[in-house]
Design a binder for this molecule. Structure first.
Ligand SMILES: [Cu+2]
Length: 414
């Protein structure tokens, strides 16, 4: 009996150790950062990020990079997300591995939240300065109040160097140049330690003598007054006076060292200028849009009318950051993140140019692992089986036409 119990104890200890070791050693690399688990129809029907450009994907600590591009605020904005009346242009990174030096929507510097209008298209630009060495997945993103984070495509960026080399100098309006990375840290530590020490001193002074039982007995016996000696009363007054004096000194010395201070600057920025998108000369009617369950493709039947004066061809279908490209018409040259780029993902039948004035019905298949990897296939679980996206057409002179589509997406099971 005893040996069995010993064995059990020993083996459960081994098991516990192994579990602990596994938990410590197992650090899976996250390859996307949250967006996959968001409802597919939300990702397809809120913000469409396009024309993105990452100025580099490898840099050293203190060097800067820029993410720029455009985003379209989708006309068919879902009810469950508040309209983007208070939105914030952010970047999705694991803490400040970069710092955000500047960010712009249109020409407006946007350190605060902005008001965006549904249906408009905006340009944006974010300047990042590398801070912590490592390999980071950097996303542009938009936070919508009452909605949540709407995450743009993420690209891996490598930072070389050490955190300790990082500098963040700024020059204030009073002419001083300071390093924001450690500005005022010593002062903060000093005052917190000082007051903590004063608090401790007060407690230690009174716990020199027995604290609980003898005092309780004295109070119960009606002799509580004898517990506080005249010296202790004086010490109490000394602490009180010193505290007030120290406060007055702290306030006045801070005031004389920093005579010019301003309150926190805040408030939503309005009047953000959208870009004028020329009305497309291509008309698209979505006759039918389906996807197979299970499967990794989506199929659309489109009736396209070319009202322009040049022949056009469908080059790309973009939804929820995934770009399905028709390799016979165009290719990506921006270094778009590979997992989101289906460079041969779009099949168009028939794929001939659509002549000016012509109306043609084409069958478009968008197919790539990304459809599954990014869980767009999970639209089957969504309460609104509609999709939105952008179709890009090119004419024979290389001019681009952008057409937004918004249509029900019906699953097929057979
Ligand atoms: Cu990511």
């Amino acid at each position: 009996m005893k040996t069995i119990r010993d064995r059990l104890t020993r083996w459960s200890l081994v098991g516990l150790l192994m579990t602990l070791a596994a938990a410590v050693m197992y650090t899976p690399a996250a390859s996307a950062h949250g967006e996959k688990s968001q409802a597919a129809f939300l990702r397809m029907r809120t913000i469409h990020w396009f024309d993105l450009n990452w100025s580099t994907d490898q840099l050293k600590v203190n060097e800067e990079m820029e993410i720029s591009g455009k985003f379209h605020v989708f006309e068919g904005w879902p009810e469950s997300v508040d309209p983007p009346e208070v939105s914030f242009l952010n970047v999705g990174i694991p803490g400040p591995v970069f710092i955000r030096k500047e960010s712009y929507i249109g020409d407006t510097f946007v350190p605060r939240s902005v008001r965006l209008e549904i249906g408009n298209t905006y340009t944006f630009r974010v300047v990042l300065k590398a801070r912590r060495g490592g390999e980071w997945h950097v996303h542009p993103m938009l936070n919508v109040q009452g909605g949540g984070p709407i995450i743009g495509p993420g690209k891996w960026v490598i930072i070389e160097g050490k955190l300790s080399e990082f500098k963040n100098p700024i020059t204030t309006l009073t002419g001083q140049t300071i390093d924001l990375e450690n500005y005022n840290t010593a002062n903060t530590v000093f005052w917190h330690v000082l007051w903590y020490a004063i608090g401790l001193a007060w407690i230690i002074y009174f716990v020199r003598n027995p604290v609980f039982l003898p005092r309780m007995v004295m109070v119960n016996a009606g002799r509580g007054d004898e517990l506080i000696t005249p010296t202790e009363k004086k010490v109490g007054m000394l602490f009180g006076a010193a505290t007030i004096l120290l406060l007055i000194f702290g306030y006045s010395s801070t005031q004389s060292k920093y005579p010019v201070t301003i309150p926190l600057q805040a408030g939503t920025l309005r009047g953000i200028k959208p870009i004028e998108m020329p009305a497309p000369s291509v008309d698209v009617k979505v006759d039918e849009a389906t996807y197979r369950v299970p499967g990794r493709a989506m199929k659309m039947v489109l009736t396209v009318t070319n009202k322009g004066d040049r022949p056009v061809q469908l080059c790309e279908f973009m939804t929820a950051n995934v770009r399905f490209m028709n390799p016979e018409v165009c290719e990506d040259d921006t270094g778009y993140p590979e997992d989101l780029l289906a460079d041969e993902g779009l099949t168009v039948v028939p794929n001939d140019p659509i002549a000016p004035g012509e109306t043609k019905t084409i069958e478009v298949t968008a197919s790539d692992a990304a459809w599954e990897v990014y869980r767009l296939a999970d639209i089957i679980y969504d309460p609104d089986s509609r999709m939105g996206g952008i179709l890009f057409f090119y004419d024979d002179a290389g001019n681009r036409q952008m057409v937004m589509i918004d249509a029900p997406l019906i699953p097929t099971f057979m």
